[in-house]
Write a protein that binds this ligand. Structure first.
Ligand SMILES: [Zn+2]
Length: 81
């Protein structure tokens, strides 16, 4: 399945690992930044997430629950320690 980032229009084959699920407040902050009303089924890549937040993603931005795609993201993404 190919996903297209709503913001930068870049296409990705594996949506999950490059678009982690964030805590609700961070997600809303990003949607507000881009003025997106549709909260569901909106795919935004991590690069555009970071642009909206004005910084790199942190581990604490990701939801705590067990999601396999967040695990994938954690696995490859170089979080600042
Ligand atoms: Zn993007």
């Amino acid at each position: 399945m190919i996903w297209k980032c709503k913001i930068c229009n870049k296409t990705w084959h594996y949506s999950s690992a490059i678009s982690p699920m964030l805590n609700n407040d961070k997600w809303l902050q990003i949607l507000n930044y881009y003025n997106i009303k549709n909260k569901r089924n909106t795919f935004i890549c991590y690069k555009c997430m970071e642009k909206a937040l004005g910084r790199k993603l942190k581990k604490s931005d990701l939801v705590d629950k067990k999601y396999s795609f967040n695990d994938e993201f954690r696995y490859w993404y170089p979080f600042y320690k």
